[in-house]
Design a protein around this ligand. Structure first.
Ligand code: SAH
Ligand code: SF4
Ligand code: F3S
Length: 490
């Protein structure tokens, strides 16, 4: 935790986030707390009041928002979609790329007017951006109308912080640079048929371009019994699908000192729980061991989809990124996975235009894509993040070159997305019906075991059920099918 004390402009709660401190990460014990409760006097604070949360970033953030909603509702707050009705507005932010941050600063500009019109409104910023020193300083200087800033390690403190914000005339800032303990039993507001749950927090990989290890703290796994108890509870509540979350889910358990229990063991135990679909994200190629592949190959409720970010196909770039694997190692892993799970869908993340990336090195990414034949991918232009090692590297690749590489990469990826989809033509696949299609309420939308989106005509009563669908058309980004009958999941 930072030792710096409060500055004049902030309330006494200020413990500034510090990248320097985060980098000095040690082997401190991780404490698990089971005694979370909201003090009685705070449970009335939100009575007859409304909240609105805007969430940016990854599923980890989306899930944090579910926790924040759970906390707010236990305080009596009710949800609203109307900014003018809201008594508290929170921006749950993402710091992974510059454009994610720009959106939030733009939004703060808009919210200023609301705050002027309704001074009692509590305006808060939380999430990954709050963990950055520079962001906290910029907000305090340029957006002083913000009432509350809190980080990713102290979400459980929200009820107390809201109280402070309501009674304080100054900006309440509480951000912990502390490694982060694990707080169990936080309330979560989940909706629909799919549920997210964290199996671990933080990241210790320190890829040179990435801000996440600083904003999310050190890698720490929830105890197996706590994860399994939550999965059982979600099964009991009737959820059809769960998504296990972590920055590197297959590093799960590496931090346990008293037991030898890894991600493969966890999946083996979850496999036996009566819950139709289990997914996970994200897995890191370095920690993907043979035992895990063996367990995933048993299928059942473990889905045939693996998101396996590669970032680059060039060994030189992978080295500069400190990804700690080579192109050859990655391709060998893909080979093993495809052999063990023949119809597996593979997806990935790729960054183009890393500092110093040459045309030849970029071509190696293209040849890797051709070799793996991904089902889909998230692709990004490299964005320098202050305080990361890559931000200090010389970046001599012009933006237009980066943009052209991105276009070329996406074109290549699309060829294989379409080709893989076409392989399914005429086949009958199991689909979980998730709802109406976004664009046509007469069409239903669902997902295959491989996480591909399927559109088909059918009665709304099928929503939440498993059906068999015959694939009749295969565009690039989704599949079209016809209802064959009901399916029995697993
Ligand atoms: N823990 C996950 C990724 C989290 S961030 C993993 O390692 O797979 C999601 C993706 O954002 C990364 O996989 C990477 O492709 C991209 N990303 C991260 N930092 C970035 C940066 N500085 N510029 C561009 N893309 C970045
Ligand atoms: Fe970032 Fe790398 Fe950690 Fe993923 S593994 S969150 S890319 S540092
Ligand atoms: Fe963004 Fe934080 Fe997720 S930086 S990608 S919200 S972990």
């Amino acid at each position: 935790m930072s030792t710096k004390q409060s500055q004049k402009d902030y309330s006494i709660y200020f413990q500034p986030p510090s990248l320097t401190d985060a980098k000095k990460r040690g082997k401190e014990d991780i404490k698990v707390h089971y005694d979370f409760d909201i003090p009685l006097e705070l449970k009335e604070l939100g009575k007859d009041k409304f909240y609105l949360i805007q969430t940016y970033g990854c599923q980890m953030n989306e899930h944090d928002t579910e926790t924040i909603m759970g906390l707010l509702e236990q305080m009596g707050y009710q949800p609203t979609g109307d900014r003018h009705q809201a008594d508290i507005i929170l921006l749950n932010t993402c710091a992974v790329r510059e454009n994610a941050e720009d959106k939030v600063f733009g939004e703060l500009g808009h919210l200023k007017h609301l705050k002027t019109a309704k001074p009692s409104l509590i305006l808060g910023v939380c999430g990954c951006m709050s963990q950055e020193e520079a962001v906290v300083n910029r907000i305090s200087r340029k957006h002083p109308f913000v009432d509350l800033i809190f980080g990713t390690h102290n979400i459980h403190r929200l009820p107390n912080l809201i109280k402070e914000a309501l009674f304080s005339k100054e900006m309440v800032v509480e951000v912990w640079s502390k490694e982060g303990d694990i707080i169990e039993n936080l309330p979560k507001k989940r909706e629909g048929m799919k549920a997210w749950l964290n199996i671990m927090y933080g990241c210790d990989k320190f890829c040179t371009y990435c801000i996440v290890p600083y904003t999310r703290g050190k890698e720490r796994s929830r105890r197996p019994q706590d994860v399994i108890a939550e999965v059982r509870e979600l099964a009991r509540q009737g959820f059809k699908e769960i998504m296990l979350l972590g920055q590197n889910v297959n590093a799960y358990g590496k931090d346990f000192e008293d037991i030898s229990y890894r991600f493969g063991d966890l999946m083996e135990d979850i496999r036996k729980i009566d819950l139709p679909r289990v997914r996970f994200t994200t897995s890191h190629p370095r920690d993907f061991d043979d035992h895990l592949i063996e367990v995933l190959a048993k299928k059942g409720n473990l889905m045939d989809h693996i998101h396996l970010p590669v970032q680059s196909g060039s060994n030189e770039i992978l080295k500069k990124m400190t990804r700690k694997y080579t192109r050859e190692h990655y391709l060998e892993l893909v080979g093993k996975i495809k052999q063990a799970i023949p119809n597996v869908a593979l997806t990935t993340d790729i960054i183009v235009g890393f500092p110093g990336e040459t045309d030849e090195q970029f071509e190696e990414t293209i040849t890797l894509v051709k070799e793996v034949q991904y089902d889909s991918a998230y692709t990004f232009i490299y964005s320098a993040r202050e305080g990361t090692p890559a931000a200090a590297m010389e970046d001599n690749v012009p933006y237009e070159v980066k943009r052209d590489r991105l276009i070329r990469l996406n074109d290549t990826l699309n060829v294989y997305s379409k080709r893989n989809n076409e392989r399914l033509l005429g086949q009958t696949v199991e689909v979980l019906v998730e709802g109406e299609s976004k664009y046509n309420p007469d069409i239903l939308a669902g997902r295959t075991r491989t996480n591909k989106l399927v559109h088909f005509a059918g009665s709304k009563e099928l929503i939440g059920q498993f059906v068999n669908i015959k694939i009749v058309e295969a565009p690039t980004f989704y599949l079209k099918g016809e209802l064959v009958g009901m399916a029995v999941a697993n």
